[in-house]
Write a protein that binds this ligand. Structure first.
Ligand code: SAH
Ligand code: F3S
Length: 481
């Protein structure tokens, strides 16, 4: 899910508009998935009620918060380095500065954080952000403060997020929290708890508010959006105990998508992340029904070997995955598909690796996110399997799948050359300030000369050439859509 976040914003301090009465300064950094970035906006909203404005200058912060990721060891190491940096700033410039750790590392390490990292004053898990004002009061009393209680129904649906580092065009809207899937390699079910969905009325209200503020594209967010199910509140796994009435009036993901796209026909709608085992054909039909739902599905597959998928406790086989992809292509021929893959999972043989390359060759994903397996303490894979693939082998296999993906990306971008594609302008291109950068519905980056167009315009762009990840073209006019 980290996919929608521009890598350059990773770890950058975020700013919110100044509020007159606010006189304390919050410095907040986010790492990891889009859900963390979305959560930081909720935290900024909670703290703006407590008199905090955000700052991008670490040295002047009264409170430093770091929203952390545990998905791979490397992500945790990055955060530890940042904590060292905060420590140095506190020592040299600002002894009164308080430091809080939010998110998945907070949940995973709990009180241990306070002992291990002397710099940390406050540890707050992903479901406890509403408690931050109380925890802050404890910290100000000179105590260490910890709340890592995972909740059955916390979705923060009633909080209106403060949009951080925003271009005023794209916004994240969270719709589910937690995950029940228990993939054996994954720490998320432990750090984010059981799955629960947010009331569709509060989702629709948030999207309406965003539209009235001029936002043009939203991404409905969840660890597993296809599993969305609203039946009046409560955990997804308790749906079986719901009343007949609750069952009859429940809202599924495709229904939610239909409602959002219908209510806001001028808002582009994206969603992430899909899970092959939970994604159903009705979602494809709703995507086909609405021009404003972007034709892109991020559909992590993790491996192309049935044996490894089984060890990963993924609830699908390669054939089932390919059947889903084929159905998607039949219903939505223009839809792009992207992947997540893990290489070097315990016991992965050269033949398993070849199976992954073969699956990639068959689908030719538009783009993807590929990782070396990183053992996470406490997960089923860590308990059951030895992390037995040598680092050099993991590295070589990763290079091979990344190279394959680059070739497939080039194949997919080439398909657009000579065609016209609809682009939402997001920002100036990093390489050339005279060019706009945006994405087409398929989530491929498109750059083209600015002319008189503006950020937020929906423009038809004729594609002239491409790289393996970017389309380069010229605008031919505003899109009527
Ligand atoms: N459902 C989530 C998945 C979260 S993790 C989502 O919304 O994106 C994102 C990706 O990180 C996973 O799809 C997987 O490919 C990768 N990943 C998760 N745990 C990992 C681990 N232990 N080692 C390496 N990669 C991992
Ligand atoms: Fe993790 Fe699998 Fe859920 S990758 S977030 S347990 S779908």
């Amino acid at each position: 899910m980290e996919k929608t976040i521009d890598e350059k914003t990773q770890g950058k301090a975020l700013d919110i508009t100044a509020h007159k009465k606010n006189n304390r300064k919050l410095y907040i950094e986010s790492y990891g998935c889009a859900m963390n970035f979305s959560d930081s906006e909720i935290v900024a909203s909670i703290l703006s009620e407590q008199g905090f404005n955000t700052t991008q200058i670490l040295e002047e912060a009264d409170l430093v918060l770091v929203n952390t990721c545990s998905i791979r060891d490397k992500a945790e190491q990055t955060v530890r380095k940042r904590l060292e940096k905060y420590n140095a700033v506190k020592r040299d410039h600002n002894p009164k500065m308080k430091v809080g750790v939010l998110g998945c590392m907070a949940e995973r390490l709990k009180e241990k954080f306070l002992d291990e990292e002397k710099i940390v004053d406050m540890v707050v898990g992903p479901d406890a952000y509403k408690d931050i004002p109380n925890l802050l009061a404890e910290v100000e009393d000179g105590k260490d403060a910890v709340n890592v209680i995972l909740s059955k129904d916390e979705t923060y649906g009633d909080i209106s997020p403060v949009r951080l580092n925003s271009n005023g065009i794209n916004a994240l809207v969270s719709i589910t929290r937690g995950c029940d899937n228990m993939c054996t390699f994954c720490v998320v079910p432990f750090t984010r708890g059981r799955e629960r969905s947010r009331d569709p009325r509060s989702i629709l209200k948030e999207v309406h508010d965003l539209s009235s503020k001029g936002y043009k594209e939203i991404t409905l967010l969840g660890q597993n959006v296809d599993s969305y199910l609203w039946y009046g509140g409560g955990l997804k796994k308790e749906f079986k105990n719901a009343t007949e009435m609750e069952k009859a009036t429940a809202t599924s993901f495709s229904q939610l998508l239909d409602q959002v796209a219908t209510a806001q026909p001028n808002m582009r709608v994206r969603f992430s992340t899909s899970n092959p085992q939970d994604m159903t054909e009705d979602v494809f039909h709703i995507m086909a029904k609405h021009n404003n739902i972007c034709k892109h599905v991020h559909l992590p597959v993790q491996s192309g070997s049935d044996r490894i998928l089984k060890e990963m406790n993924r609830q699908h086989t390669v054939t089932q995955y390919l059947t889903l992809v084929n159905r998607l292509k039949e219903i939505l021929p223009d839809c792009s598909i992207s992947q997540d893959l893990i290489t070097g999972f315990p016991s992965e043989t050269e033949a398993d690796h070849q199976d992954t390359l073969a699956l990639m060759q068959q689908v030719k994903f538009a783009f993807g996110y590929m990782y070396k397996y990183s053992e996470r303490p406490g997960t089923m894979a860590a308990r059951k399997f030895e992390d037995d693939i040598p680092e050099a082998t993991k590295k070589r296999r990763l290079t091979e799948i990344v190279d394959a993906q680059r070739a497939h990306g080039a194949y997919r971008t080439q398909e657009f050359v000579g065609k016209t594609t609809e682009v939402l302008i997001e920002r100036p291109s990093k390489k050339d300030q005279e060019q706009w950068s945006g994405r087409n519905q398929q989530s491929i980056v498109v750059v083209f000369p600015k002319e008189t167009y503006q950020v937020g315009d929906l423009v038809n762009v004729k594609i002239i050439r491409c790289t393996s990840a970017t389309l380069i073209g010229e605008a031919v006019g505003l899109s009527k859509a």
